[in-house]
Design a protein around this ligand. Structure first.
Ligand code: NAD
Length: 331
């Protein structure tokens, strides 16, 4: 199997590449990434000399390169995205360009060359689940911030290409990921790094926002299972059903690191902040046979330990945005 992974230098894409090559040593992966914010080739140091792996620095919006590359592979998995909600609030335009136009560029190549396409989306497209039961794949799309709106637009585009041109596409909608190699701007690594540095840990609003969490290796295993067993034209939710408030997560991290809860600093809430995300993933469990393998507390402890042991990975990535409590105020 030959796979073109777009956005493979990011957090989840690099986990997918490491995991896929470990499980399928006879497969070949081309990793195409434009190396924007959130990317880090150091995530792939362990496999950079593997003869079945090749990196290409390129933008998914470059239609002719995508078209050329697609001819030589069986599957495209697209992780490439502008992915940080706070940055989308500060400046939505790059989100429209990559998340919508970039997806369009891949779809155009897919429809010409008839390859399998895995479109990696997010539970954020369903919007706020406060007061509701969990969303399934047929629930209404109702995004609250520019990031989620651009991902929702891409989901609709993929669905329209399946309906209109009969492309071989699968859309995945996963909950919040955590694990090793996550960029320091996101909640869990930011909390770990600031705690290690004895800096106050910012919490938006009252910290009672509820998110579902999944260990990244469970997410990428679900994508591998869908490449092998997923059905074209379908959407699959992916979650580990771990609904936890941001405040509880931060307290758990402080506890693992032996720090006091007094390190928490409440800061102004994110504009349009959804109170709760919640999805149901019975479809992938029942139809594909995938289930998450990692317990939240064990995987969180493992993640914290990894950041403690690997400051050489995160220290070069630390900047004002990691240390600033409200990144959307940064232009
Ligand atoms: P990330 O920001 O760590 O990685 C994104 C990668 O895409 C980076 O390496 C970046 O350089 C690359 N990229 C951005 N624009 C590009 C372009 N125009 N051309 C080529 N490469 C480009 O993000 P992540 O957390 O790994 O998320 C990956 C995907 O998973 C995204 O589509 C995101 O929407 C989705 N997702 C993320 C989460 C999560 O919790 N992180 C949850 C559900 C879904």
């Amino acid at each position: 199997m030959k796979i073109l992974v777009c956005g493979g230098a990011g957090f989840i894409g690099s986990a997918f590449i490491r995991n896929y090559l470990k499980n399928n040593s006879d497969s070949k992966i081309i990793n195409l990434d434009s190396l924007t914010i959130g990317s880090n080739l150091a995530n792939l140091r362990d496999i950079e000399n593997n003869s079945n792996y090749k990196f290409i620095k390129e933008d998914i919006k470059n239609e002719s390169t995508i078209d050329d590359l697609i001819k030589h592979v069986d599957v495209i998995v697209n992780f490439a995205a502008e992915s940080h909600v706070d940055r989308s609030i500060a400046n939505p335009k790059p989100f429209l360009q990559t998340n919508v136009i970039g997806t369009y560029s891949i779809l155009e190549a897919i429809r010409k060359h008839d390859k399998q396409f895995i479109h990696v989306s997010t539970d954020e497209i369903y919007g706020d689940a406060q007061g509701k039961t969990s969303f399934d794949e047929n629930s209404q799309i109702n995004p609250s911030n520019p990031y989620a709106a651009t991902k929702a637009a891409a989901d609709n585009l993929v669905a329209s290409y399946y309906r209109t041109y009969g492309i071989n596409s699968i859309t995945t909608r996963c909950t919040n990921n955590f694990g090793e190699y996550q960029f320091p701007e996101k909640l869990i690594p930011k909390t770990i790094i600031r705690s290690i540095k004895n800096l106050k840990v910012p919490l938006y609003g009252d910290g009672m926002q509820i998110r579902s969490w999944i260990y990244v290796n469970d997410h990428v295993q679900a994508i591998e299972d869908l490449i092998k067993k997923g059905k074209a034209g379908q959407v699959y939710n992916i979650t580990a059903y771990e609904e936890i408030t941001n405040k509880t997560i931060v307290k758990k991290i402080l506890n693992i690191l032996g720090k006091s809860n007094d390190m928490i600093e409440y800061v102004g809430d994110r504009p349009g902040h959804d109170k709760r995300y919640s999805i149901d993933c019975k479809k992938i469990e029942n139809q594909i046979g995938w289930k998450p393998k990692h317990e939240f507390d064990d995987a969180l402890k493992q993640t914290v330990d990894w950041y403690v042991k690997n400051p050489s990975w995160w220290d070069p990535l630390i900047n004002e945005n990691t240390l600033h409590p409200q990144p959307w105020t940064i232009s």
